[in-house]
Design a protein around this ligand. Structure first.
Ligand code: ATP
Length: 266
């Protein structure tokens, strides 16, 4: 789905800075994301890609700047020199808009697949158990795992676990989904099945999706826009056809040369 410039952004990152000790991870970072846009964040290790996703999820605070989700300020209370969300109610409401899937799937090991997907809507949104189960089965069907509903996580492959983690995040009906290197911990033969699910989500839903990935071929096929990050700043951004085939900046060119030299598809 292609983003439309005239529509107000669903995410605005406005001059956001963040340091860990003396190390400045994000340096006056600014970008916005349109509703339904599919955005891929690429760049060298340590450039701040995961940090910005964690900040959007309120798993990290910020030092300065603004983040607005659907026009509403995410961090606006000063606490120990950091900006944090105003209060629990505000935090809860803002978090409900965003889902995240991590590199490590973190399923609850003592619960079956169906219970893993059902738990959060019942506990955090007060959804009736039967309705949550029905929705969970639809989502498991969508990720190709309806037949594993009663399986325990330990009985699944890494790719299957990651697909359950995607279904679990979707069960909370977020408007925005963040994917942080979701295939990095998988054996190569399991990567495609997870990417196929994400492709399907990108094609068939109007969710806004932000993806941090080292899979350049996937970023190319998936994204409306690719942002190349380095040292906490955006070096260059544009449609995948431009960034991957005709990057303007020396740093982007160098990064892509290394990826190609390592034998990866772009
Ligand atoms: N909680 C933390 N405390 C201290 N340093 C941190 C913390 N989180 C991240 N960092 C550091 O911040 C830098 C940016 O990390 P980040 O994970 O955002 O990079 P990245 O671009 O996602 O890298 P990668 O592609 O390797 O995941 C790294 O040098 C990392 O070690």
């Amino acid at each position: 789905m292609t983003a439309h410039a005239a529509v107000p952004p669903i995410i605005e990152v406005d001059r956001v800075s963040k340091s860990f000790g003396d190390f400045k991870v994000l340096d006056e970072l600014s970008f916005s994301v349109a509703p339904a846009e599919k955005l891929a964040l690429i760049g060298p290790s340590g450039s701040g890609k995961t940090t910005i996703l964690r900040i959007l999820m309120t798993l990290e605070s910020i030092d300065s700047g603004h983040i607005r989700i659907e026009g509403e300020e995410l961090y606006h209370m000063e606490k120990g020199g950091r900006l944090v969300p105003a209060d629990e109610a505000h935090l809860h409401r803002m978090r409900a808009k965003i889902g995240m899937v991590f590199q490590l799937f973190n399923l609850f090991p003592h619960m079956c697949v169906l219970d893993n997907v059902t738990l959060a809507p019942v506990l955090t949104k007060g959804v009736a158990k039967e309705a949550a189960k029905r929705r969970a089965m639809e989502l498991l069907d969508m990720v190709g795992l309806a037949d594993k509903a009663k399986a325990m996580p330990a009985q699944l492959s890494g790719g299957q676990k990651q697909r359950v983690a995607i279904a679990r995040a979707l069960a909370l009906e977020p408007r925005i989904m963040l994917f942080d290197e979701v295939t990095s911990a998988l054996d190569p033969e399991l990567v495609e099945e997870v990417l196929a699910v994400m492709h399907r989500l990108a094609r068939e839903t109007d969710m806004t999706m932000l993806l941090v990935t080292h899979e350049m071929g996937f970023a190319h096929d998936f994204a409306d826009r690719v942002m190349f990050f380095d040292r906490g700043r955006i070096v260059e951004q544009g449609p995948p056809s431009e960034i991957f085939t005709n990057p303007r900046e020396e740093r982007t060119q160098g990064f892509l040369r290394k990826i190609i030299a390592a034998g990866h598809r772009i």
